[in-house]
Ligand binder design. Structure first.
Ligand SMILES: [Zn+2]
Length: 70
């Protein structure tokens, strides 16, 4: 899965491309220590969906890249 358009401002947002629905995208958000996603899986039960998992990995990766530079 690809994480797209990741932006880090006062909150962190990104888009995830749907694997099952071609051309569909879900909006990811990390704000006040909470992750959210607009996909049905997360909307229903508030579960940590695969998009959030990928989003977290991406954020961890960016963080590790920054720490290496400093
Ligand atoms: Zn999701």
């Amino acid at each position: 899965m690809k994480i797209l358009n990741l932006k880090r401002e006062y909150k962190t947002t990104a888009m995830a491309e749907s694997v099952s629905v071609v051309g569909a995208f879900y909006m990811l958000k990390f704000e006040y220590g909470k992750y959210s996603c607009t996909c049905p899986s997360h909307a229903k039960g508030g579960n940590e969906c695969k998009h959030i998992v990928a989003f977290k990995e991406e954020l961890d990766y960016i963080k590790s890249q920054r720490e290496e530079k400093e």
